[in-house]
Each structure stands twice: as C-alpha cells, then as structure tokens.
Design a protein around this ligand. Structure first.
Ligand SMILES: Cc1cc2nc3c(=O)[nH]c(=O)nc-3n(C[C@H](O)[C@H](O)[C@H](O)COP(=O)(O)OP(=O)(O)OC[C@H]3O[C@@H](n4cnc5c(N)ncnc54)[C@H](O)[C@@H]3O)c2cc1C
Length: 809
C-alpha cells in the first residue's frame, strides 16, 4: 500500500516538477490507478472514491467545453467585475521595452543558456582607441576642485574638448556625424570620467541619455534628424530635456504644463498652425546652457483644428531656446556639483507643429516615447557612475587602508575596518558584473525596462553603501574638503544619483516588482489581456489558456520549491563546474521560491499590491539580488574562471542569496494572510534558513585583496582612471602604497629592533641613521623607508585654508 502511495506521489510530483502537459500526467495517473485497481490491494469502496476524485479532476481539466462552462467562464466574469483598471500611463509603461532575463527569474526555472551564450563584453577598436585617447586626456584635464569651487562650471577648454571629440554624440549614428558607440563603450566612458569629476560625467551623460538625441533617433522625422543630429554631434546644439516641474516630480504624468493648438504668425509667416505653450519646469540638467529644449506637455485642441478630440495627451517638442517667451538660464546649486542644472519657464510661447518630435503623427504619444527611450539610458549612465564609485573606492580606500597606520599597524588589518573593506570589494564586484551583463543585453538588442530599474536602484544604493564606508575608513581625510580630497565630493553627489531617472524608493517599491510582475510573469499579463479582450469568445479561450497554464505553474513551483528546500537543490541540473554550478543550483531554487511567493502575493493582494509597497519592495529586492547572482556568475566565467577571483565570486553569491532569502522572509513574516505566509514559509524553507551571508573568514580574504597590488585588484578596478602621480589626489595614494610595499622589509627589521629595545622611537631621520649604525639596514633600505614615509605623509595629508578668505595654503 505504501509503495502505491509513493508511486502516486512520484507521478504527481514528477508531473509538476517537469511541468508536463495535463493530458500526459492525467494519462500516467489513470494508468497507475488502473493497475492499482487490479492489484486487489484495497476494497471496492476505496477504489470508487479514488476513481471519483480522479475523474472529477481529470474530466474538467481535459474536456474543453466542460472546463470553459464550469470553471473558466465564471472566473472570467469574476475577474471582469473585480479587476482594477490599468491607467493609460501605466499601460504605456507596461508596453514599453522588452522582457529579458527577469522573465526567466519569474519562471522559477531559468534557462541559463540565454545568459551564458551571450558574448563576453568587448570594445571595438575605435571604442578602445577613444577610451585610451580622448577619454584619458579629458580625465587628466579635469580639476574637480577648481570646477566646483572656483569656476562653478567646466572650463571653456573642457567644453571645447568635449564638443570637438564628440563626447555628446556617443549614441548618434556615424551617418549623422556621431560616434555610434556600443552601450558598453558609452558606460565605460562615463564610468572613467565620473571618478575624476561628477560634473563632467553628468555633462557627458545627459545628451547621451534620455533627451532630444535619443528621441529624435527613435521618433524624429527625416527632416528633424537631418537637421538636428549633425548639429548635436558637433556640439553646435546643446540639448536638455524638461519633464519635471514643481508640481510633477515622480508622478511626471501629472504635469500641469499645457500646449493649445492654434494659429499665429511665425518666422514672418501668418496663419501658421502651431501650439501655444505654457510651462514651468525645474531641475533640468544642461538647461541653463541649452540651445535645444526637449519639452513634455499636455496638448489640447479646443478649437478642433486637428480633429474631434480636445485632450490629445502628453506630447514632446523640440524648442529653440532663443525664441520669445522663454525664461531659461538660472541655475540650481546641486549638492556642490557644478554641472549645469536649472529651471525654465515658458509664457505663451508659440511653436509650429513641425517642432513636435516625430511631427503630427506623434501628437499625444509622448508618454510611450519617453517610456520606450527611458530604459536603456537608465541602464547605462547611473549604473556606470555607481560602478565607477565602487571601483575607485575599492582601489583607493584599499590603498589608504594599507598606508594609514594607527596603533602602529595599517588600519586595513583591523577587523572593524576589514569588514568595511570586504563590503567595498564585494559590492564593487557585484556592481561591475551587473553593469556589464546589462550592457551586453542592450548591445545584443534587448531593452529590458524592469532590469534597467533594477540596476538603476540597486547600483546607486550600493554606491551609497561603498562611499559611506569609504568615508568612514578615510575618517577626517574624507571629510576635509579641498583640492586633494577626491572622496568628499563623491559623497555629496550620492543623493543626485539616488533621485534622478526615477527616485529609488519609487523605483524599488513601485516599478521593479509592480510593473515587473505583470510584464515578466509568464501568465499574469496574458490573463489581464484576455479579460480585456473585446471579443467574448476569444476572451474566454485566451483566459482559459492562461488560467490553466497559470494553475499548473503555481503547482509546479510549489512542488519544486519544496523539493529544493528538502534537498538543498542538490539534484537540480545546472550548468558550469564546481562552485559556479553550486550557485546556479541555488539560483534555480530561489527562482522557484520567488515565483511561488510572487504568485501568492498577487493572488491574495490583487490590485491592492500596488499600495502594499513594503511587500512589493521586498519582492523587488529578491528579484534584484537574483539578477546580481546571475551577473556575477556570468562575469566570473567571462573573465576566465580565475581562481584568485573566487573569494569575490563566493562573497557576492553568498551576500546576494542571503539578501534574496531575507527579502522573501520579510514578505512571509508580513504576509497579509498570516496562515498562508506560514504555509509558504514551510514550503520554501522547510528545514532551516539556507543562507548565512559571507562569513568572517571569507570577508577577511576579500578585504585583503584590496590591500596589495595583484591581478585580481586590477581586474576588479579595471576601467577607471588610474595614476600613481604623487601630486594627484588619487595617484598619491597609489604612489604611497607602492613605496610602502617596497619599504616593508626594512621597516620590519626596525620594528623588531625596537621591540627588543635596541632602538627607541625617534624622528625618522635619526631612526634610520641609528638603524644603519647598527647594521640593521643598508643605505638603499633606508632610502626606501624614507621615500615611503614621505609619500605616506603626502597621501594622508589634508588641505588647509587661510582663516581669512578661504585661500588654499
Ligand atoms: C540633479 C538633478 C538633475 C535632474 N535632471 C532632470 C532633467 O534633466 N530633466 C528632468 O525632467 N528632470 C530632471 N530631474 C528631476 C528628477 O527626475 C526628479 O527629481 C525625480 O523624478 C523626483 O522628483 P522630485 O524631486 O520632485 O521628488 P518627489 O517626486 O516629490 O519624490 C519625493 C520622494 O517620494 C518618493 N515617492 C514619490 N512617489 C512615490 C510612490 N508612489 N511610491 C513610493 N515612493 C514615492 C520618491 O521616491 C522620493 O523619494 C533632475 C533632478 C535632479 C535633482
């Protein structure tokens, strides 16, 4: 009898695990039941009950008419009555971009070949030459202190250099005079510049991100492209894009800015059909110097000059900033960074219809246009800036921790500091991996709007973490601002990255899971579309298909999550070898758990999930951290499975899996129906919490990677501007580190002599003389100690200013 129970459990379990079609598992179960019936192991009454249950389940599932009539039709009616409406802006956001890897993570059974088959990131020859040439030159030209504290702008020669070398035209095709660079090159250029000057990086970033250039490329008429793109390429036009205003920030769709279709004189001609605009915008980057203003506004046609409709919707236009009625040029003071940013206003500004981006065909399509163009820019600029911060922190805070001594030992050797260094190194590794994977996606034709939200919010948050830790480790050296402090200004810039291109709180809690679930889930959107389908017959067929697919999907994830929980996912098939394979297995496990919990949350909360941001925020964290695991595994393999990088890979996977687990646990602890939370908790974590995060021993290994030059350190910090010049704010740290390492052996000899009382503590000159007198060190060793001492003194020094007039001393 027990054997038969086992046989039935295995059939049902295997059918669910392998997601077999219902006809297959129905047949398998029927055959098993038939054999069982003839085995005479149980009485007739039990058999009747078993067959009744079997037929009651199998017939409605496999006979379409019965299923439609008794299950799908009533449920469809219920859904029609209870489903909340999706607003037009929400629908347009949902329609924008594509579903990519996030769809696999939502599936509970990711197909890793989709990621592993992608090429490793690689620059073209022209891109590499640009990075090694003009970008390197630009970085050397940038004096951020002077820019931010003396000139309050980039110097004229930097503006000219940027225009001459077409830094503003990275996304513009060559046929319009642009550079036509890949997303990889674009990101790497921004990343490198950001470490030298955020002001310069933002200035370069904006024309290449969401703005006139991108919108023209996607939607511009031929005339608009032919006229503007070459001028944008050469920097003859400086663009900006104005969406945000005092009353419309995160909810940009609520903008009060208006355009009214009318006729007026323009450019010497009478009766020109056009738009009278009134607007007030703020925070617009490059606005104060822009010659070309991309403007979003709501368009109205009260006199029916275009047609029957009065409210035409959000529309985008390109406006020359020198026409009458525009107030532009004032600046905001943005967290002590001096990129151009300011408000602009328009009062009764008249523009011809041809200034609408894409012309009359694109009237009212502004929101869709913005949503479609937003994701790739969001996936490039701020993640690049954040990863740059991670890499600079890893390299230079590591160096500082080695050269800065307290209690006679480098501060990096103290466990407390080591904890911070491990975070910095691990986060830098994760950020770079996520950045690169996303760029590879973009460069192979993806436009993943959910992943773009993930990398924007995750990488900027991780940047916040590493810069905060770096500030703690640098202590007063980070706080005292001046020409030689490279860190303090990065710290001041954190809120900018957190806020722009979708403020992080909103991106995390509303966009990533809120829109991600609907877009990326294999069935949800299909169900919603089926419910809204205008043809009732088609609506039922589509709904039935999606509904039963969805039911099978839930059962499958339930079984898989439980099985993985019981077995620690040891038997699931996964690609790769050794540790890589192990983490792919864990990722499959978490994906199944996430898929199950996502479904439970959507089913229980329905439309109110929109308001339950604490739940959706945690689910967004789980999804994001699964993306990070995917990214680091791909990154490790792309970099050639280097054994010396293993501590970073393991740290990143342990940390991310722990984050996934804690996010899921957080949802379960706060689940709106506690008993369901408890049941799912038992299903997905049946034995214990599987992940404990990176342990101290691993943290120690990872932190040590930052304290000594090595290939791993170079790989981790690859792509940033690097110098060991003693008079450079960053170079002085690298310079001191190199000299300190050369002085380690003679320093050890002197320390040993001091310990046994052979030499006393004294000023460096006499100390070295005494050590030579005692034949502890020779002249060359003494010189090395002295050079290291001087370089260190220079590297740890902070700027001073006169009491009167704040002049640098
Ligand atoms: C330096 C800088 C440069 C900028 N450049 C440009 C530019 O070039 N062009 C342009 O058009 N705009 C630009 N912006 C505007 C930027 O996009 C907005 O600042 C941003 O959208 C947030 O709007 P807000 O500042 O008004 O904050 P608010 O919208 O008032 O938000 C305040 C807080 O509430 C949170 N929040 C709001 N709604 C929700 C919700 N539903 N759920 C959860 N949390 C929510 C936000 O996450 C945020 O933390 C720039 C801003 C800055 C600071």
């Amino acid at each position: 009898m027990l054997t038969w129970l086992l046989i039935f459990t295995v059939i049902i379990g295997a059918a669910a695990y392998y997601r077999l079609p219902q006809i297959v598992w129905s047949a398998a179960l029927g055959i098993a039941l038939l054999i069982f019936t003839f085995s005479d192991l149980t009485g007739i009454a039990t058999m009747v009950i078993l067959w009744t249950i079997y037929l009651a389940v199998v017939i409605p599932l496999n006979v379409t008419n019965i299923r439609h009539k008794y299950i799908s039709e009533p449920l469809l009616q219920f859904m029609r009555n209870s489903m909340p409406n999706i607003s037009q802006t929400e629908q347009e956001a949902l329609d924008a971009g594509k579903v990519w890897w996030e769809g696999e993570l939502f599936s509970g059974d990711p197909d890793y070949s989709k990621i592993r088959d992608l090429p490793a990131p690689k620059f073209s020859i022209a891109e590499q030459a640009f990075i090694d040439g003009p970008v390197e030159e630009l970085c050397a030209m940038l004096d951020d202190w002077k820019i931010c504290n003396e000139d309050f702008d980039l110097p004229v020669e930097v503006w000219d250099f940027l225009k001459k070398h077409k830094f503003f035209a990275m996304i513009i095709p060559k046929k319009y005079g642009g550079l036509e660079f890949s997303a990889l090159a674009h990101s790497s250029i921004v990343m490198k510049i950001a470490g030298r000057s955020i002001t310069a990086a933002v200035t370069v970033m904006v024309p290449n991100s969401l703005g006139p250039g991108k919108l023209l490329l996607h939607y511009g008429t031929d005339e608009q492209k032919d006229y503007y793109l070459p001028r944008l390429s050469t920097g003859d036009e400086i663009p900006c894009f104005a969406l945000t205003g005092p009353e419309a920030g995160s909810d940009a769709g609520a903008m009060p800015d208006t355009g009214v279709i009318c006729k007026d004189s323009f450019d010497g001609k009478d009766d020109v059909l056009g738009i009278r605009l009134n607007w007030e915008k703020r925070y617009i980057t490059l606005g104060p110097v822009a010659t070309l203003l991309g403007l979003a506004f709501k368009l109205y046609d009260p006199d029916h000059l275009l047609g029957d409709e009065v409210e035409l919707g959000i529309t985008l236009a390109l406006i020359k900033t020198d026409i009458p009625g525009i107030d532009i040029g004032n600046r905001h003071f943005t967290s002590n960074h001096m990129f151009m940013n300011g408000p602009n206003r328009g009062k009764d500004v008249f523009i011809p219809m041809e200034w609408i981006i894409g012309g009359v065909d694109y009237v009212g399509k502004g929101w869709t246009m913005l949503m479609n163009c937003l994701s790739d820019g969001r996936a490039i600029s701020l993640p690049a800036l954040s990863t740059g911060a991670g890499k600079y922190s890893a390299r230079y805070t590591g160096a500082y921790s080695r050269i800065r001594k307290q209690f006679k030992i480098p501060i990096g050797y103290f466990e407390g500091v080591e904890e911070g260094l491990a975070q910095i190194a691990g986060q830098a590794y994760i950020m770079d991996a996520a950045r690169l994977l996303t760029l590879t996606g973009l460069d192979t034709g993806e436009n993943p709007s959910v992943i773009s939200g993930v990398v924007k919010y995750q990488l900027t948050e991780r940047m916040r973490k590493v810069i905060n830790l770096s500030m703690d480790i640098h202590g007063g050296h980070g706080i005292c601002m001046g020409p030689s402090n490279f860190l303090g200004r990065a710290y001041q810039g954190i809120p900018i990255s957190i806020t722009v291109e979708g403020a992080n709180i909103l991106t995390r809690t509303m966009i990533v899971f809120g829109q991600g679930a609907l877009r990326s889930h294999p069935y949800l959107l299909k169900e919603v579309e089926a419910v809204n389908h205008p043809d009732p017959e088609q609506s039922l067929i589509l709904f039935d298909d999606a509904l039963f697919g969805h039911a099978g999907f839930i059962i499958s994830n339930f079984v898989r999550a439980f099985w993985f929980g019981l077995t620690g996912a040891k038997f699931v098939s996964a690609p790769g070898k050794g540790i890589v394979k192990k983490y792919y297995k864990q990722l499959t496990r978490m994906s199944a758990c996430f898929a199950l919990l996502s479904d439970a949350s959507v089913l229980i909360l329905g439309g109110s999930l929109k308001r339950k941001e604490k739940i959706s925020g945690r689910l967004a964290d789980a999804l994001s951290n699964m993306y990070m695991v995917t990214a680091v595994l791909k990154h490790f393999e792309d970099q050639g499975n280097k054994t010396s990088d293993l501590p970073l890979l393991i740290w990143a996977c342990e940390d991310s899996l722990y984050n996934v687990q804690e996010a899921l646990k957080g949802v379960l602890r706060n689940f709106p129906v506690p008993v369901i939370g408890k049941i799912i908790n038992f299903v997905i974590f049946p034995l214990t919490k599987p992940y404990g995060g990176a342990n101290d021993k691993l943290g120690h290994k990872v932190a040590r990677l930052l304290l000594t030059p090595s290939d791993t350190r170079d790989r981790l910090t690859k792509g940033i501007y690097w110098t060991d010049k003693a008079d450079d704010p960053m170079g002085r740290l690298e310079h001191a580190l190199n000299l300190s390492l050369q002085a380690e052996e003679p320093e050890r000899k002197i320390r040993d002599a001091m310990r046994i009382g052979l030499i006393k503590q004294q000023p460096i000159e006499s100390l070295l003389e005494k050590a030579m007198e005692l034949d502890l060190i020779d002249q060359d060793e003494a010189d090395r100690v002295k050079s290291a001492y001087e370089a260190t003194a220079n590297a740890i020094s902070v700027d001073e200013f006169t009491k009167e007039g704040w002049k640098p001393v």
